[in-house]
Design a protein around this ligand. Structure first.
Ligand code: UDX
Length: 427
């Protein structure tokens, strides 16, 4: 089976590389010529564990990248659309990029002999595939679903930093399809994956993706709210979470309190579902609170520091960790952005360090802050240290001797560093 992937970002590149590692012939199409060139040189355009070794093994064999969407689509049996969907200022989903991608796939399908299956992997609000993308595909291709091509929805559940592993060993495979079993070919494609397959209609598949991400976001805001209450009482939130998670109905996952969720999915998807629900005439007050708690959580760390040392103006502050979580260089919606902006607003002098996200940080903060080349350099001159991403190299109490540390993520176990030297955002 020949596969085309439209959009070689996190989802597209990992999906394409994963399918190529399973023996499929894969063409990755992207409009970014620089990215395409990098992939064809077996270099990953972003930091993702395990990706580059696979590229080195597969590029030049059954995996390649191209700027020619038309060529990739006309030679493929299965076309995955994996472009990023963005958020407008009001939180509503912005379909501009996916509509462009669907249009170019439609135009290519015009010249395609025989059947192909088009799969929407990008996250879209329930109803979008059937009401917006399918009509657009039929219009631009001049062809009919069911007769000339098929359509399906196949949401991704990949965690950045573990995306390759997640793709190859999924918890479940969700296939959204029309009543004509349009997902049959997709089931065949995944037949060697050892995971339960759930076949549902298009809209249900789209909603499963949102409900999953928004549930994870809710768990995080929930434990952060419990943490904010625990902080007032001097209770260790992590002990509370441990006690909760011994109940098998609760599970230990996504109960790590801290400065909240960032990244390209949880913030955007929660806002998009709130916005869509309002448009459909429902006020999702729980989800609105999830966003509110998360928006405030990074600022709480600055507040904790300001309460402890009174004045942040002209204080030298080291910020350790910039990526939205360890294992990635991604800074999209990273809590570090809010924390650094608030520190700057209060007049602090910031030096920042992250093992892999420095280039992205330079693009965001420019000359407003200083950049260190390692953790030691970042803290050497600082009075105060903010730990913002839990990279393991920051679990080194010796690094912080004589400094006052404010932890946004639980890096130290109890007793590893004295409470008077280190204060957590909600523990
Ligand atoms: C998420 C979903 O997990 C994944 O299934 C989906 O496909 C894409 O979105 P990702 O954005 O890579 O994946 O990050 P994830 O590991 O879910 O973490 C998101 C954010 O929540 C991070 O900022 C992380 O630090 C934070 N987090 C996570 C917490 O604050 N506490 C937790 O207990 C877990």
């Amino acid at each position: 089976m020949r596969v085309a992937i439209i959009g070689a970002g996190y989802v597209g590149l990992v999906t394409g590389t994963g399918l190529a590692s399973r023996g499929y012939d894969v063409s990755l199409a992207d409009i970014d010529a620089q990215k395409v060139a990098m992939i064809n040189q077996s270099r990953a355009p972003f930091h993702e564990a395990g990706l580059e070794p696979l590229l080195q093994k597969l590029v030049g064999k059954n995996l390649r990248a191209t700027v020619e969407t038309n060529k990739a689509v006309t030679t493929a049996d299965v076309v995955f659309i994996c472009v990023q969907t963005y958020c407008q200022d009001d939180g509503a989903i912005d379909l501009t990029h996916i509509k462009q991608a669907v249009t170019s796939v439609g135009k290519a399908l015009k010249n395609r002999e025989g059947h192909s299956l088009v799969i929407i992997k990008s996250t879209v609000i329930p109803g979008t595939t059937e009401k917006v993308l399918l009509p657009l595909l039929e219009k631009t291709s001049g062809k009919k679903e069911g007769e000339d091509f098929r359509i399906a929805v196949n949401p991704e559940f990949l965690r950045e930093g573990r995306a390759v592993e997640d793709f190859l060993n999924p918890d479940r495979i969700v296939i959204g399809e029309l009543e004509n079993d349009s997902g049959d070919v997709l089931c065949q494609l995944y037949q060697d994956f050892n995971a339960p397959v759930l076949r549902v209609d298009l809209m249900t598949a789209e909603m499963i993706k949102y409900a999953s991400n928004v549930f994870l976001a809710t768990k995080i805001s929930f434990i952060n709210e419990i943490g904010n209450i625990c902080k007032k009482l001097g209770i260790d939130t992590y002990k509370v979470a441990q006690g909760m998670s011994l109940d098998s109905r609760i599970s230990p996952h996504f109960l790590s309190a801290g400065i909240g969720f960032g990244g390209s999915c949880l913030p955007k998807d929660t806002k998009a579902l709130v916005s869509a629900a309002q448009e459909w005439g429902y006020q999702p007050s729980l989800l609105q609170s999830v966003i509110k708690v998360n928006d405030e959580q990074p600022l709480r760390l600055v507040e904790v520091a300001a309460n402890s040392v009174r004045e942040l103006s002209q204080r030298k502050v080291a910020v350790l960790g910039l990526a939205f979580k360890p294992g990635t260089d991604d800074m999209r919606d990273a809590p570090a952005i809010k924390i650094i902006n608030e520190l700057l607003r209060r007049g602090a002098l910031v030096t920042a360090y992250d093992p892999v996200a420095m280039d992205n940080a330079r693009g965001i903060f420019g000359k407003q802050i200083e950049y260190a080349s390692n953790a030691e350099d970042a803290v050497s001159d600082a009075e105060l240290v903010f730990i913002v991403t839990e990279w393991t190299e920051f679990n080194n109490p010796a690094l912080y001797r004589g400094k006052k540390v404010f932890c946004g993520r639980r890096v130290f176990s109890p007793g590893q560093i004295s409470n008077s030297d280190c204060e957590g955002v909600c523990w």
